[in-house]
Ligand binder design. Structure first.
Ligand code: PGA
Length: 227
């Protein structure tokens, strides 16, 4: 059985209080003995809360020894220093292991380009964070050092219109063959319990990046059970 990453990207949703409520609601189920748990040994869950909830989520996960890893949704292009309002990779590292870089919402709404994304990847790697680097197709630039890529076609994000598993498989395969450093490719865009398995059963797809369907506890548990 191949290893799967299930990444929950909460975007600008949930207060810290709501984040803990979500964890509380799923913690019993994902901590059950492995045989009945929706979280089998081959699945890694990575939760990416908004920055203000990250420390509380990380503390909760540690205190209950939950099988959840923490990621953030962005990181500064600057190292620590006089950069008002920024969150640096060295600060993120205290609580998180993963960082989403290059999400199309950041490319579109915040003008993030290849050069800036490359700087963010470099700083993340320097600080021991694992970038989850988002691409929109198989020709998107991927900075050196990236091992984990998420293929997220723009028209599939938040629209209820996912790409086909067959096309996603072709894109994942093409990314892996043109970037030998990339060991895992996830699919993202309108993933839900009803379609997750059609993606994760594809040979070159190693998991999913989920937005909307990760917000409600029940729908997230259904996703985990279905893949
Ligand atoms: P969605 O978002 O699952 O709501 O389509 C995915 C993403 O943007 O990461």
């Amino acid at each position: 059985m191949k290893n799967l990453h299930v990444v929950a990207n909460w975007k600008a949703n949930k207060t810290a209080h709501q984040a803990i409520y979500w964890l509380d609601a799923i913690s019993n189920q994902i901590s059950q003995p492995k045989a009945d748990s929706p979280l089998a040994d081959n699945k890694k869950v990575i939760v990416c809360p908004p920055f203000l909830a990250v420390s509380k989520v990380a503390e909760y996960v540690r205190s209950k020894s939950l099988p959840i890893e923490i990621g953030v949704q962005d990181v500064s292009r600057f190292d620590e220093g006089p950069f008002t309002g920024e969150v640096s990779a060295s600060q993120v590292k205290e609580f998180a292991t993963y960082v989403i870089i290059g999400h199309s919402e950041r490319r579109e709404n915040f003008g993030e380009d290849d050069a800036l994304l490359k700087t963010k990847v470099t700083l993340a790697l320097k600080n021991g964070l694992m970038p989850i680097f988002c691409v929109q197709d198989s020709t998107t630039f991927i900075p050196e050092g990236v091992r984990l890529v998420a293929y997220e076609p723009i028209g599939a994000i938040g629209t209820g219109k996912p790409d086909t598993p067959e096309n996603s498989e072709e894109v994942a395969k093409s990314i892996k063959s043109s970037h030998p450093e990339v060991t895992q490719v996830l699919y993202g865009g309108s993933v839900k319990a009803e379609n997750i398995a059609s993606f994760t059963q594809m040979p070159h797809i190693d998991g999913v990046l989920v937005g909307g369907a990760s917000l409600e506890e029940e729908s997230f548990l259904s996703l985990l059970k279905a893949c």
